[in-house]
Design a protein around this ligand. Structure first.
Ligand SMILES: Nc1ncnc2c1ncn2[C@@H]1O[C@H](COP(=O)(O)OP(=O)(O)O)[C@@H](O)[C@H]1O
Ligand SMILES: [Mg+2]
Length: 493
């Protein structure tokens, strides 16, 4: 776990070094990376302030592996004396030990200063994205023909119901023009026409984890888009952010470490301070979609769970028990796990009843996917040894950010299809600038009111997303016997 944490840090340390030699704060402008960067500094400060944790960094760095990686980027700035092998840097109280290991002399105050600046950048980014002081809300509206399609009735049936008072009068502006219907309006119609697609009373809510122990494969992005797609379809969805970096929480408009406390996250439940998870459920501006947010406090859960595990193996069962206390109110619980194998990831693997494994179609990522499955098998064995083996209703690999113009991408996709066969999604999620651009605006593509690039790119991106999400929706519905008759009528089973 430590090695993985360091892996994650080392690339960001490069960014820090670039800043030292004069690069500006430009890179902060990419929002998600900005948040990660800020959290890097905060985490590093926490680490620096905790001497116990510093000792393991020393151990990892003395293997030389991480060190060489770091050194390549800073050969011009390192002097022989400040190399970590010379203990002088470590022994000096003035020098931040973790950075001294990497061979640079930056005082703790300097890092503290950069950390504070990172928070300011994040706040400024939020101010440019949201009107100051305003909560994020869903601005998209639906025409009557879109509403009819979503509800599963004709526009005439909707108009008739509005006239007869079965449905509320549509809202109009001062010129008498109809406002678009909101998702809440659509769900009122679905309720009236009895077309809400909820699971049957005897069907189990599905607990879907979008899992890969690697960062940057698109987990948080996919969780947000799957959750919102399902909400648009009328399901009751709970999204759980288990990643201390809180990317998913940010996508839902919260500033994880600024406006949220540890008690708003999974923390109190996992620490056995609470008996149910309902305290952490937050309604979002998406009708029928709730979020359990995350923030940096979840990092310490890793240590605390690990410390308690030897005497209490049931610590790995806490998340599943927590989800049990809230799942009755939902059709799907969708989890965004942290990008490393640790206590939280193990808890997610235990709590899930289905897994989607996103991978990028690059050779290096393919290697990491193989690695992921090795670790997953080990995790499952660890759980089984404690009598906690999960059972999955499906486990599928999803290729994300595939670029058809890159022959390497098409080649790897073809090869993965041959190897994984039915364990792979039929659809792939294409690489799209719209996803990146939406993310930079703290949004999903489903929240955009208009294209950020061209209308065609936007339309295509939504089509890819919908195709992937339709496949996921079908996989979910197949797990519900209560849906089987409808699926037979639709000709899908
Ligand atoms: N299909 C895609 N097309 C383009 N960019 C993507 C796609 N999926 C993810 N991204 C981008 O990749 C980056 C990492 O995604 P993220 O969801 O944060 O990964 P993870 O949660 O696995 O660390 C983000 O900047 C996101 O916008
Ligand atoms: Mg993430």
């Amino acid at each position: 776990m430590v090695t993985q944490l360091l892996d994650q840090w080392s690339s960001e340390l490069h960014l820090l070094l670039e800043m030292r030699v004069g690069t500006h704060l430009d890179f902060f402008c990419r929002r998600i990376s900005g948040i990660t960067t800020r959290q890097f500094f905060t985490t590093m400060l926490l680490t620096l302030q905790n001497s116990k944790k510093i000792s393991f960094m020393t151990k990892v760095s003395s293997s030389g592996k991480k060190l060489r990686k770091l050194e390549t980027g800073m050969t011009n700035t390192i002097t022989e004396q400040s190399r970590p092998e010379s203990r002088s840097g470590l022994e000096s109280g003035m020098v931040a030990p973790a950075l001294a290991i990497a061979g640079i002399d930056i005082a703790l105050d300097e890092i503290r200063d950069i950390e504070q600046r990172s928070y300011r950048v994040i706040e400024r980014l939020r101010e440019t994205v949201f009107e100051p002081g305003k909560q994020k809300r869903l601005k998209i509206g639906f025409s009557i023909s879109e509403a009819a399609r979503m509800v599963g009735r004709t526009p005439t049936a909707i108009r008739d119901a509005e006239k007869s008072g079965r449905l509320p009068e549509p809202r109009k502006d001062s010129h008498g023009r109809r406002f678009g219907y909101t998702l809440t309006d659509i769900n009122i119609m679905r309720r009236e026409f009895e077309t809400l697609p909820w699971r049957g009373g005897n069907d189990e809510p599905l607990v879907l984890a979008i899992s890969n122990f690697k960062g940057g494969v698109g987990k948080s992005t996919l969780v947000a888009h799957i959750a919102q797609y399902l909400a648009l379809r009328g399901y009751r969805v709970c999204a759980i952010d288990c990643d201390p970096q809180g990317s998913l929480t940010s996508l839902f408009g919260f500033n994880p470490d600024y406006e949220l406390e540890a008690q708003n996250t999974l923390f109190p439940f996992l620490m056995r301070e609470r008996d149910t998870l309902s305290y952490a459920l937050r309604p979002t501006y998406w009708d029928q979609l709730s979020l359990i947010p995350a923030n940096l406090s979840l990092y310490s859960i890793e240590y605390q769970l690990a410390a308690r595990l030897p005497t209490n193996p049931l610590m790995l069962e806490r998340l599943r028990l927590g989800i049990d206390t809230i799942k009755d109110g939902f059709d799907v619980v969708i989890i965004d796990p942290p990008p490393a194998l640790g206590m939280l990831s193990l808890s997610v693997v235990r709590a899930a009843t289905a897994l989607v494994v996103p991978v990028r179609p690059a050779t290096v990522d393919f290697g990491s996917t193989a690695h992921f499955f090795t670790l997953l098998v080990e995790a499952l064995e660890t759980l089984a040894a404690r009598g906690l083996q999960p059972r999955y209703k499906f486990l599928k690999v999803l290729i994300n950010a595939m670029d058809e113009t890159k022959s390497a991408h098409t080649e790897i996709t073809r090869m993965m299809r041959q190897v994984y066969q039915t364990a792979m999604f039929n659809t792939v999620m294409k690489d799209s600038a719209e996803i990146d651009n939406a993310g930079a605006r703290l949004m999903s593509v489903y929240e955009l009111e208009e294209a950020t690039t061209s209308r065609e790119t936007y339309r295509r991106c939504k089509a890819y997303l919908n195709a992937v999400n339709r496949e996921i929706e079908l996989l979910i519905r197949k797990t519900w016997p209560g849906h089987h008759e409808a699926l037979r009528r639709e000709g899908v089973i």
